[in-house]
Design a protein around this ligand. Structure first.
Ligand code: UDP
Length: 481
């Protein structure tokens, strides 16, 4: 309530939807507990964020992105979607470092009590320190990927292996977790600036006041404890933050150009039996080569389950080149006619949380971005894991081996990024059947539903995430006073 209204917290999300969405939801959590909350972003990102904030009492303030002559980027390139090509992405990451000065000017003006900044802004710890303000890091991740990342960055086991495909053990981590070099977030970029940035993130995290995890204690108690007790990082789990959008009306992420009308999508789902539909979506950044899209289509048809499949607006490389005008020409011959009423393809942004929460949806094929992973958990559906990049390989391991609510498609790296064979239709068919049919699916579904229940209890008054919020406020107060 109002007892926290003397506190003002600044949130500074990285410029990508997968970072902005949970950060706005986190700010909603703070607002719901009476804390004054302001999101800081750049001028061109402000309209999108403003629409995502919607009716919530979150303030928005802007700083200027450095101009093209300082960044080498073209005008208007202020978020990672605009900077998706590898050469641009590195320039973009460098450009964000130039935000330190305007960010500090903003701090001087607003003098908040705390800065919650994205992990990709390692310099924010120093900026906050200049004003005697605590900096908290928000990755938007849960404890398992946080632990794996921390151990990889601290002990660098990858430096001792030459093979990109041979699994090695992540040191100082419970559960004998192995990864390959090819699956590390820094590898596909092959860039020293990017690797150094990730190292800086790790260091600035250690110097920071602590880390907010988008998780709840009951989901991953071993790794929550390990993170603070063994890896020595102060952390508060306040999630799942997307549950802060309580009202069904508010559940979908509004303000992003939709690929379908919500009611149309829900009406379609109403015609389907409970747990009969498989939902496929690969996050906000992924594109597949046409050959892969075709295999997915054939796999879905063979699985014989109704489906909702989100194909990002970029959809196919070819469509992108041809200005998105071309139809879904990579689909197998006659696919759309045969799938009439049975499959729904959404081109563009889908109301993912509403879809997942619908009782007709019984499984989720996901790229395992942490937001999607948590949304799948909270919907109580088993998942087919299809990781691409960043921490997604870690998250996929979590879903399959730790929470035991999913099966993999066996990808070792991102097809679009490093070449490699597309996942074949038979593999996709089999994975879909494994999460939709039979005893194994039922057991996974049962475990997922239990976690979903615990997630909702965690954010309610007296729940673990609710209580963690109190400790965070206490920690902040004991520091500031
Ligand atoms: N999302 C959505 N509709 C879409 C694609 C994505 O609502 O068509 C949302 C999804 O629910 C999640 C976020 O966008 O909250 C994606 O974040 P995630 O961490 O899963 O993946 P990323 O996009 O960062 O790779």
């Amino acid at each position: 309530g109002s007892e926290n209204s003397d506190l003002h917290v600044i949130f500074f999300p990285f410029f990508a939807k997968g970072h902005i969405i949970p950060c706005v939801d986190l700010a909603r959590v703070f607002v719901s507990r009476g804390v004054r909350s302001t999101i800081v972003t750049t001028t061109l990102n402000a309209p999108l964020i403003s629409r995502i904030i919607g009716k919530s009492q979150i303030a928005l303030t802007t700083i200027k992105f450095p101009p093209p002559e300082e960044t080498g980027l073209q005008e208007g390139c202020e978020n990672s979607e605009a900077a998706l090509a590898p050469d641009k992405l590195i320039k973009f990451m460098k450009a964000t470092m130039l935000l330190q000065h305007p960010f500090e000017q903003m701090l001087q003006e607003l003098h908040p009590d705390c800065v919650v900044a994205d992990m990709f802004f390692p310099w924010a710890t120093d900026s906050a320190a200049k004003f005697g303000i605590p900096r908290i890091v928000f990755h938007g991740l849960g404890f398992f990927p946080l632990c794996v990342s921390a151990c990889i960055r601290t002990y660098k086991p990858q430096d001792k292996v030459s093979s990109y495909t041979e699994p090695f053990l992540v040191p100082n981590l419970p559960g004998e977790i192995t990864v390959t070099k090819m699956q590390l977030p820094q590898i596909p970029r092959h860039d020293e600036v990017f690797s150094k940035l990730l190292d800086d993130c790790n260091e600035s995290e250690l110097k920071s006041f602590g880390v907010i995890a988008n998780s709840f204690y009951e989901l991953e108690p071993v790794y929550a404890d390990h993170y603070s007790k063994e890896l020595g990082r102060r952390a508060w789990s306040l999630g799942p933050v997307f549950l802060s959008k309580k009202d069904t009306e508010e559940k979908a992420i509004r303000g992003i150009e939709a690929g379908i009308e919500e009611h149309e999508c829900l009406k379609w789902l109403e015609t389907k039996k409970p747990d009969s539909v498989i939902y496929l979506c690969f996050g906000s950044m992924t594109t597949f080569p046409d050959a892969q899209l075709k295999e997915i289509a054939m796999g879905l048809e063979a699985s014989n389950h109704p489906f909702i499949w989100v194909v990002s607006n970029k959809g196919s490389k070819k469509n992108e080149e041809e200005g998105d005008e071309k139809k879904l020409e990579w689909l197998p011959e006659g696919f759309e006619e045969r799938m009439e009423g049975k499959g729904l393809i959404i081109r563009g942004w889908a109301p993912q949380v509403l879809i997942l929460d619908h009782e007709a949806v019984g499984g989720f094929v996901t790229h395992c971005g942490w937001n999607s992973t948590l949304e799948g958990v909270c919907a109580g559906v088993p998942m087919v894991t299809w990781p691409m990049y960043a921490e997604q390989f870690y998250n996929a391991k979590f879903v399959r081996d730790i929470a035991r609510i999913g099966v993999g498609v066996g990808v070792q790296t991102w097809v679009g990024m490093m070449g490699g064979e597309p996942v074949k239709k038979e593999v996709i068919e089999k994975a879909v059947k494994r999460v939709m049919e039979g005893e194994e699916a039922e057991e996974m579904r049962k475990r997922a539903k239990e976690l979903a229940k615990k997630a909702r209890e965690a954010v309610e008054e007296g729940g673990s995430s609710y209580s963690q919020f109190n400790s965070l406020i206490q920690d902040l107060r004991s520091r500031t006073h």
